[in-house]
Structures are given as structure tokens and as C-alpha cells.
Design a protein around this ligand. Structure first.
Ligand SMILES: [Ca+2]
Length: 208
């Protein structure tokens, strides 16, 4: 009988802390559904908002709704969530870019090409950075597709040293359609053109 107060206190503690200790982390980037259609951010739909559902529809496979940056041991895990699985139809090649900025890097983040570029210098998945005056792609394992989620798990060591230990600011998304020539033409195998989807935020992530 004398133990009852202790048990009661333990239960009270479990109740008090239980729900919060398992709360889902909050994505740093959120974006409306229904706005992935090449119009937003293309000068067609004007600021102040780049997120305007339009009558022309939306490509759900490119329609980002949130991005969560997390530490996972010595890895960085980036989970991008879409309106549908990120699986463009045959013939449509997209590059999915999840980026941020540091004082010395115009951008640094993770990218995934929905189909392999014919350019041997472009890996299917990479850390993409502009920290040294040029765009650099560092190959990383492909992200996992889990339903409507695209999940990169990238060793911290794959990020440029100029960015490690720094805070990524202005976390954002840019998804572009790719033209692939299948062979080098004037030195290029292809290029990225229209922005099918973008998202911006003031969210940050400590890259360490
Ligand atoms: Ca969206």
C-alpha cells in the first residue's frame, strides 16, 4: 500500500510527458497543394504569392506540400512530401531540388533526378552546392520513395565543408523539367527549363 503514491506519481509523469515526447517534428517548408503547373514563379502568376492554385490544374507528382530537414545520427534526412508519389509519366524528366543558403553558399541541398541524365557527370542523386563559385554535384545514395514521400538520407560528410556547421536559411524547393538530348550538343547533354513547382520559406536547419 505504501507504494501507491509512488506509482501514482510515475503514472502522472508518464501522462504528462508522453504525448509531447512523441510529437511529430514540424516541417520547415510548407506549401499549398494544387499549384505545381509551371505558372507560379514564371512571371505569369505575379507576386506577392507564388502559390496560386490555377484553373489549368496541377501535376500532383511534382506538387510539394512540405519538406522536413532532420538530423539522423551522422546523416541528414530530408523528407519531401507531395500530393502524390513523385513519379512523373514516361517522357517527363524532373529534377527535385531541396535547397538552403549559408553566408558563403548561394545554395546547398539535395537533389534527385527522376530519370538518369545521359550526362555521365550528373548522378541520379546528389548534394548540390554553390559554395566555391561553381555548381558542384556530389553523388549520394538515391532517396527512398515511400508513398508520396521522397526521403534522402545523406551522410553529413557529403556536404561541402563550407556549409557543415552552418545554418541553412531560406529553405526552399525548386522542381524543374529537364531536356535531355541523349548526346552532347555544343558541350551539353541537356538543360533544365521550366519551373513546374517551387516553394519558399524562412525555415532554417543547422547542418551539423
Ligand atoms: Ca505545392
Amino acid at each position: 500500500m505504501r507504494r501507491r503514491p509512488v506509482l501514482a506519481a510515475a503514472l502522472a509523469t508518464a501522462v504528462a510527458f508522453g504525448p509531447w515526447s512523441h510529437a511529430a517534428p514540424t516541417p520547415q517548408v510548407t506549401d499549398p497543394a494544387g499549384d505545381a503547373n509551371f505558372l507560379n514563379g514564371q512571371g505569369i502568376v505575379k507576386p506577392p504569392s507564388n502559390d496560386n492554385p490555377t484553373p489549368v490544374g496541377s501535376q500532383a507528382y511534382a506538387d510539394v506540400v512540405s519538406v522536413l530537414w532532420e538530423k539522423a545520427g551522422r546523416n541528414v534526412r530530408v523528407t519531401a512530401t507531395f500530393s502524390a508519389p513523385p513519379a512523373p509519366p514516361a517522357g517527363t524528366r524532373l529534377v527535385y531540388r531541396m535547397l538552403g543558403t549559408t553566408p558563403t553558399c548561394d545554395f546547398v541541398g539535395v537533389v534527385w533526378y527522376s530519370s538518369k541524365s545521359s550526362d555521365p557527370a550528373i548522378p541520379k542523386a546528389a548534394v548540390r552546392d554553390y559554395c566555391t563559385g561553381a555548381t558542384v554535384l556530389t553523388e549520394v545514395p538515391e532517396p527512398k520513395i515511400d508513398g508520396a514521400n521522397l526521403i534522402w538520407t545523406v551522410p553529413l560528410s557529403k556536404f561541402p565543408k563550407q556549409a557543415v556547421g552552418k545554418t541553412l536559411t531560406d529553405l526552399r524547393v525548386e522542381i524543374r523539367e529537364m531536356q535531355d538530348f541523349g548526346m552532347p550538343v555544343n558541350g551539353a547533354y541537356g538543360y533544365a527549363y521550366g519551373v513546374i513547382e517551387q516553394a519558399v520559406s524562412t525555415g532554417t536547419f543547422n547542418l551539423k
